[in-house]
Write a protein that binds this ligand. Structure first.
Ligand code: NAD
Length: 296
């Protein structure tokens, strides 16, 4: 399957985000500010499917509507990243690898699906953990984002991957997925986190569970496993300073916050929607500006 970009150049564009419970998303601000800085207008609509006006609409109807209304594309988030695939014409390599789509581009009467979460984590990881040893990694959480992170870690050349999920079957499914797509990477499912630390220690841990979100406080990694020779990445970014990252910093670990993945997934989506490269630093500044406002 083939990836496609919208050939919009600097014409004004309209895009949006389809999902549930998305009203606090920082993505619209990042896209609109980036377009403004480049001298064109990007209108980015939050299309929350739990709003009264959309409550009775299906995802298929919503996608038909935005396409008919001339949107250049849409981001898609929880709970539609997998459901949307059956409504598309083509998938990018990354979207096919992950089995989930977070960016849809409309072009020439066709719908192209992309997964910018994979690239978003990969880019954040590459830039944010330079010099860290990445041979042996523990991934906690094997849901939608966990699949993208596992593929990004495999692409980054890690040598061994342990996967833990409270739903052990999900960890097993992800091991199978990695074995098919990255046979060079030994991956194993572990029932207990302690299994990753017996007979050797991982160099790094990635949290891809929702634990640590404002509505799910706590940490998926018990504090006793932290030490200064472990790096710790979290993909949760609300709050930015999760319990895990705070504990990790207190133990002298190198850390990588989830904001990087959130920013870089938007950077790539902007490029796909508009055909224009985006400035990651500028988009990050817009993202960070939320933290100085009274409400996120
Ligand atoms: P999901 O529901 O698809 O998957 C979460 C997985 O974590 C599930 O398999 C669940 O069983 C497992 N889990 C939950 N608690 C656990 C625990 N304590 N220990 C082990 N496993 C546990 O969710 P998702 O779409 O994969 O998203 C996960 C998190 O990542 C969310 O908080 C989301 O906001 C965040 N996320 C961030 C970005 C970003 O750009 N930074 C992108 C996507 C998702």
């Amino acid at each position: 399957m083939q990836a496609e970009r919208a050939a919009v150049a600097t014409a004004d564009v309209r895009v949006g985000l389809i999902g549930c419970g998305i009203l606090r998303s920082r993505t619209p601000a990042m896209h609109m500010a980036e377009a403004k800085a480049q001298g064109f207008v990007c209108t980015y609509d939050l299309l929350d499917m739990e709003d009264d006006e959309r409550r009775d609409m299906s995802l298929a109807e919503m996608l038909d509507r935005v396409e008919a209304d001339g949107y250049a594309g849409v981001n898609v988030t929880y709970p539609y990243k997998m459901e949307v695939i059956s409504l598309l014409d083509e998938l990018s390599v990354n979207a096919a690898a992950v089995g989930a789509v977070n960016t849809v581009v409309f072009k020439d009467g066709k719908r192209f699906g992309h997964n910018t979460d994979l690239w978003g984590f990969a880019e954040s990881f590459h830039r944010g953990l330079k010099g860290a040893v990445k041979d042996d990694v523990l991934l906690i959480g094997a849901g939608g984002a966990g699949v993208a992170v596992a593929n990004a870690l495999a692409n980054a050349g890690i040598k061994r991957l342990s996967i833990h999920d409270v739903d052990y079957n999900r960890a097993l499914d992800l091991v199978e997925h990695i074995a098919e797509r990255h046979p060079e990477l030994p991956a194993r499912a572990i029932a207990e986190i302690s299994d990753a630390f017996s007979g050797g220690r991982p160099n790094g841990v990635v949290n891809a569970t929702p634990m640590g979100m404002a509505k799910l406080p706590g940490s998926a990694l018990p504090i006793e496993y932290l030490s200064d020779n472990l790096w710790v990445a979290d993909i949760v970014y609300f709050p930015l300073e999760t319990q895990l990252l705070k504990d990790a910093r207190d133990h002298g670990c190198k850390t990588l916050p989830g904001s990087g993945m959130a920013v870089f997934q938007a950077v790539r989506a902007f490029e796909l929607f508009t055909g224009q490269p985006a400035d990651p630093e500028r988009m990050k500044a817009t993202f960070d500006a939320f933290d100085s406002k009274p409400s996120g």
